[in-house]
Design a protein around this ligand. Structure first.
Ligand code: PLP
Length: 392
């Protein structure tokens, strides 16, 4: 491996996913890094006890965490990544890093609900205010910025309602006032949207989703565009005492090696299914940024290189009992609250939507679909049988 190129930025994504974080020195000749289940590091030299650049405690991470940090950072083009025990912890770490008592954060209203809960509880208690803004505000966000503003938090596309934000316009407004821009970039898996090319300072990945990919591991990462933010994020992470378990880091790194292939398949199937759903009488709207019918399609086409396998679907009015029968009778789809795994999921989401703005009117229930690795034709047949359960 030492003969291999260290700068991966010129290589294509598939190659980067295979090479990122690999270092023969760390793996003792094996392809993959060693997994150390360690707390205590034994130190032979008294000079290495204090004020040393060497690691003295395994909470800072060992070979496998180091490899994963490098891999995650390399895929998004960041300088470093802090690992967290869940994706939500990555969101809260990023928010805590930029929090300032008496300050106000501008946060997209189309936000992952537990991230919102953190803003509205813990941060509020610590004297940090949150002002939610319309995800489609774009450059007009400048009008909301005051001397109290201490950062902008984006999530694009937004959870459950999939609004695509004009990140370059928002980032330009923030940069003019020297404000950091944080982005929950989980939907794109760090693959389809390159945050640092669009002015983002700190990118958040719930590695639990596509990188883990197998519904068996929680983890998150906060990736920084430059050394300034990397140092601040890592320092905050250490102050809080967050770390990622070695076996979990191994699983996520292993998942990342096949991420490109899985996403390619999941994306293609999702598009096929989204198009099919658009043709159905039971469906009022398919909310997928890759469809020309999506209100933000132009922004998505400008800024994203692809579409992941998660999207929304609004049904026409349904009888509640029949809707329940539709959801509970699937042979392949199952209901569950995560996404990005190899298995297809479907879940009604109306009850999970929290917004500061007035609720959007919809003719029927809103669903979130996460398309897995099953054959798209089988998934369509499953959905079609579900629609049959809606009609008497
Ligand atoms: C957009 C987004 N960010 C963050 C998270 C949190 O990830 P985790 O489940 O690993 O805490 C989720 C989980 O669903 C999510 O959808």
């Amino acid at each position: 491996m030492s003969q291999r190129p260290r700068d991966l930025s010129k290589l294509r994504l598939e190659t980067r996913l295979v090479l990122a974080g690999r270092d023969s020195a760390r793996s003792e000749g094996a392809v993959n890094p060693a997994v150390h289940r360690a707390t205590t590091l034994l130190i032979a030299d008294t000079d290495d006890l204090y004020n040393t650049p060497k690691s003295t405690y395994a909470l800072d991470g060992m070979a496998v965490q180091q490899a994963l940090r490098e891999a995650v950072a390399a895929i998004e083009g960041g300088v470093d990544a802090a690992l967290t025990p869940s994706g939500l912890a990555a969101c809260t770490l990023a928010l805590t890093t930029v929090a300032r008592a008496g300050g106000e954060r501008l946060v997209t209203d189309a936000l992952y609900a537990p991230t919102r809960r953190f803003c509205d509880t813990t941060l509020r208690r610590l004297g940090v205010r949150t002002r939610y803004f319309d995800p489609r505000l774009g450059a007009a966000i400048a009008e909301l910025m005051t001397p109290d503003t201490c950062g902008v938090f984006l999530e694009s596309p937004g959870s459950l309602t999939f609004e695509v934000q004009d990140v370059p316009a928002i980032a330009a407004a923030a940069r003019a006032r020297n404000l950091p821009v944080l982005l929950d970039n989980t939907w794109s898996a760090g693959i389809f949207f390159q945050p640092f090319e669009h002015g983002v300072d700190v990118s958040i990945q719930a590695l639990t989703k596509y990188q883990g990919g197998h519904a068996d591991v929680f983890m998150g990462a906060v990736v920084s565009a430059n050394e300034h933010w990397a140092q601040r994020v890592l320092a905050t992470c250490k102050q809080i005492g967050m770390s990622a378990a070695p076996d979990d880091a191994y699983l996520v790194l292993r998942g990342m090696r096949t991420l490109g292939l899985r996403l390619e398949r999941q994306s293609a199937s999702a598009l096929q299914i989204a198009h099919w759903l658009e043709s159905r009488a039971e469906v009022a709207e398919v909310i997928c940024p890759a469809l020309p019918s999506h209100p933000d399609h132009a922004i998505w086409a400008r800024d994203f290189s692809g579409c992941s396998g998660v999207f929304g679907c609004v049904l026409n009015a349904v009888d509640p009992a029949r809707f329940k029968a539709m959801l509970e009778g699937y042979a392949i789809f199952a209901m569950g609250f995560s996404w990005g795994g190899y298995e297809s999921l479907i879940v009604p989401t109306d009850d999970n939507i929290r917004r500061a703005s007035a609720p959007q009117a919809r003719p029927g229930p809103l669903l979130r679909l996460s398309i897995g690795l099953e054959h798209a034709d089988d998934l369509i047949a499953d959905l079609e049988a579900g629609f049959a359960r809606l009609t008497p």
